[in-house]
Design a protein around this ligand. Structure first.
Ligand code: TRP
Length: 397
């Protein structure tokens, strides 16, 4: 591929995102993501900023090389990320904060932001708070079962540890277990947010249960906990999918009034489901690859995945495939291919020189070896759970 071709490929990918018909009934809230997602529209709607080439240059300068998820723009939007980098350059390090709602097993889409968070921890030496919102998951669904959420909380703790975070610099908070560390901060926040504001940010209605209405202050609390741990206002950066942004908008609103910095964010896209819906979703298990799936299941799910291919091989050779509308392509691009490999895959597909079977084969092999390895790390994680749990003490120094 010539350099010009490569650039054309990347431009094309950047402007398109991964959807063919953007904006058909797009719905993005912390609890529901539906329709074809138009990421440019989301930036506009949420009032966030695009990650600019200047920011990328700066990261490159500090860390040596751009991480994959920035190169392929899986993380695409931010608030105050440039401010975080400036603080860092002036010698003030930041905490990372991210989280998980333990409503099921983890799939590959959940792991991308966590792998990116690990990269940031390594490169910046940052401490990390990882929140598990078991309360949120209990409150949200009418028929949720406490015992099941407890089980997933445990399973997800293993997943988090298996990602490979630094145990000296990482603390996991389970809301129902560690509430005493969050509660004073949460009440400070809750006291300053009216129902009318919460309604307009989260879309609550008169039939929303009151647990959900108060819950956002619990998810906001870890944004300020680092300042208490460090005994001074401490910058916090939150890597998370963009559907969590309403929480941070609310938190940023009250931060300065409470004497804290506004938390900064870096937002990711969603990994498409293998059926080409908005995101890989636990509620459609056939379209998501879970870290608990066995190799046969992975193979089966990928064989029956939707693709951007033509109905016959002859037509594929003649007309080429539609990589942009193909979840298998995006899966490989975001998770397994290098950006160069992915650009080449795109061109080969488009020109009819690649058949869907080959891409599916690549995805199946890559996913299987990733998951086999991940399962081993999950097993090992069982021995170190206690060391990762938040206990109110400062991190090891
Ligand atoms: N609400 C999130 C979920 O349902 C979990 C969560 C809590 C979170 N704190 C977070 C996600 C911080 C990202 C960043 O998945």
């Amino acid at each position: 591929m010539t350099e010009k071709d490569a650039l054309a490929t990347t431009d094309h990918l950047q402007s398109q995102g991964h959807n063919d018909h953007p904006n058909q009934d797009m719905k993005v809230t912390p609890w529901e993501v539906e329709g074809e997602i138009d990421y440019d529209k989301l930036i506009e709607k949420f009032g966030t900023s695009l990650i600019t080439p200047e920011i990328l240059e700066k990261i490159k300068k500090i860390t040596g090389e751009l991480p994959h998820s920035l190169k392929v723009q899986y993380f695409f939007s931010h608030r105050d990320f440039d401010w975080i980098l400036k603080k860092y350059e002036n010698g003030e390090n930041f905490y990372l904060y991210t989280g998980r709602g333990p409503s099921g097993m983890v799939h590959l889409g959940h792991l991308i932001p966590w792998i990116f968070t690990k990269y940031l921890q390594e490169k910046f030496g940052s401490r990390l708070l990882f929140q598990l919102t078991d309360d949120e998951k209990y409150l949200y669904r009418q028929h949720s079962i406490r015992k099941e959420i407890e089980r997933y909380t445990y399973e997800n703790i293993l997943d988090i540890i298996a990602v490979g975070f630094d145990k000296k610099k990482t603390k996991i908070i389970v809301d129902s277990k560690h509430i005493q560390y969050l509660y004073p901060i949460a009440t400070d926040i809750a006291k300053r947010i009216t129902f009318s504001t919460a309604k307009s940010i989260f879309g609550f209605s008169n039939s929303t249960n009151i647990g959900m209405i108060g819950f956002p202050s619990i998810q906001a609390a870890p944004c300020f906990l680092p300042s208490l741990i460090e005994r001074k206002p401490t910058p916090v950066l939150i890597p998370a999918a963009i559907d969590q942004d309403p929480y941070w908008r609310m938190t940023r609103d009250v931060a300065e009034r409470l004497g804290y910095y506004k938390p900064a964010q870096i937002h990711s896209k969603f990994l498409p489901g293998l059926g080409m819906s908005a995101k890989m979703s636990s509620s459609k298990p056939e379209t998501a690859l879970f870290v608990s799936d066995d190799p046969e299941t992975i193979d089966r799910k990928i064989s029956s995945a939707f693709t951007g291919g033509q109905p016959t091989v002859a037509l594929q050779r003649k007309l080429g495939g539609n990589a942009i509308g193909c979840p298998v392509f995006w899966y490989l691009r975001y998770f397994f291919d290098t950006s160069d490999e992915s650009d080449e895959r795109y061109l080969k597909c488009k020109t009819g020189n690649l058949l869907c079977g080959e891409c599916k084969g690549d995805l199946s092999n890559d996913s299987q070896s990733f998951i086999i390895d991940f399962k081993k790390r999950r097993e090992k994680a069982k021995d170190v759970i206690d060391e990762f749990m938040y206990d109110g003490e400062p991190y090891d120094r």
